[in-house]
Design a protein around this ligand. Structure first.
Ligand code: NIG
Ligand code: FE
Length: 399
């Protein structure tokens, strides 16, 4: 790939220190193959005879990163949506055999081609909004074969679309019906063997779990994390979503990349995350859908310097949301993040939550993942609702 130069751009570099958004108002960029070769003020642009494109003052951000999703699943839960509107709570639906377990039935029944065909439109909706990296979890199989099938589909998505896919093994998502009341047996007989097999097949980039009264206890999650460590895999956790079991502190004590949801996180959990450098991944789509009233402790996270990321949590139950732009808006409106924090949460800090060190900011040497927007102010990306101003998306240097 030859070099390309973009001129007359407003660059939201998202570098942490300096101007809000790391903004360079009269900026230029040189791409060389799949990398950013140079990025800075246009007045400093080095001499080059590479082809130039005048961006007419458009805004350039790092390609967006959705660091928490469950886009691969069978069926949908529109019926459950109706039930909840009639008054049933998320936990009641789950305990009555609905919830995650009903998606497990539909996912087990779907072959690989069906799962792929169902997931691609969701991925395409994200891509259309400038997403260039996406995390995808398993966790709706809860048997060895289906967990592996979900992860294979996730890998296929990365081959079929110009997007980086990071997979997370989420076998500890729910206890399947045939193991009801026998959670440890499920871990020993299904979840941990599935993790080892998926890892052997090269299908796992990280290991996740759901630490909650309706799912797995901290001790049970610790068992999963111990196996992850033995395999050399990083961990992360759905923690403190519906109650406070100390999941985030447990995750931090295992050096987790992130603790996600964390509406019920307390000050001790915040300190543990700060000490371990664990990213707080906030999921306003689930907060909104479940009509949660307790917001995550954003002030405490800020005060402790915990990096904050934002993600769709795209899944059929608690967050049927396939828009990262809407997620930015929700992060600001529901959690009172600033638009700068929200954009950092879907770029710089989302990269960190995935352990990706080569993206999330516009900087020489970083991967050429860019989103070019028909807006001039970065705050416009979080401010509008249901409006997509993407002009062009570049993933690994390619349009
Ligand atoms: O991230 N919290 C657990 N897992 C998903 C919900 C999955 C579902 O309801 O299907 C979440 O919100
Ligand atoms: Fe989730």
């Amino acid at each position: 790939m030859p070099q390309r130069i973009f001129t007359n751009a407003r660059l939201a570099t998202m570098e942490a220190d300096g101007a809000p958004y790391g903004l360079i108002p009269d900026g230029a960029l040189i791409l060389d193959g799949d990398r950013i070769l140079w990025c800075g003020a246009q007045s400093d642009l080095p001499d080059s005879d590479a082809p130039r494109e005048d961006l007419g003052g458009r805004l350039v951000t790092p390609g967006l990163i959705d660091c928490h999703s469950h886009v691969v699943f069978g069926g949908n839960r529109a019926k459950e949506f109706e039930l909840r509107l009639q008054g049933a709570s998320y936990e009641e639906v789950a305990r009555a055999g609905g919830g995650i377990v009903s998606t497990v039935r539909a996912t087990r029944a779907a072959d690989e081609a069906t799962l792929l065909a169902d997931a691609l439109p969701r991925v395409d909706a994200l891509i259309a909004e400038g997403v260039t990296s996406l995390e995808i979890k398993s966790g709706y199989g809860l048997d060895v074969e289906t967990e592996l099938r979900m992860l294979r589909v996730a890998r296929q998505i990365g081959e079929m679309r110009p997007i980086t896919i990071c997979t997370s093994f989420l076998g500890a998502h729910a206890v399947p019906e045939d193991y009801k009341g026998r959670t440890d047996a499920y871990l020993d007989e299904v979840c941990l063997p599935a993790l080892r097999r998926a890892h052997d097949a090269g299908l796992v980039d990280a290991v996740d779990g759901f630490c909650e009264g309706i799912a797995f206890s901290p001790d049970q999650i610790a068992r999963v994390f111990d196996v992850a460590h033995a395999l050399g895999l990083p961990v992360k956790l759905h923690a403190e979503q519906l109650s406070n079991l100390g999941g985030a502190a447990l995750a931090a004590s295992h050096g987790a990349l992130s603790a996600d949801h964390i509406e019920y996180l307390d000050a001790a959990g915040v300190q543990a995350m700060a000490g371990a450098g664990t990213v707080a991944v906030l999921l306003p789509g689930a907060f909104y859908t479940l009509r949660e009233t307790q917001a995550p402790p954003v002030d405490l996270l800020r005060a402790a310097g915990v990096p904050i990321a934002l993600a769709t949590d795209c899944n059929p139950g608690s967050s049927p949301l396939a828009s990262l732009l809407l997620t930015l808006n929700m992060g600001c409106t529901l959690f009172r993040l600033t638009p700068d924090e929200a954009l950092a949460g879907t770029t710089r800090n989302a990269a960190r939550a995935l352990g990706l060190t080569d993206r999330g900011v516009l900087r020489a040497g970083m991967r050429a993942d860019l989103a070019i927007w028909d807006v001039s102010e970065p705050a416009e990306l979080a401010y509008r609702i249901g409006f997509n101003p993407l002009y062009q998306r570049i993933s690994g240097g390619c349009v």
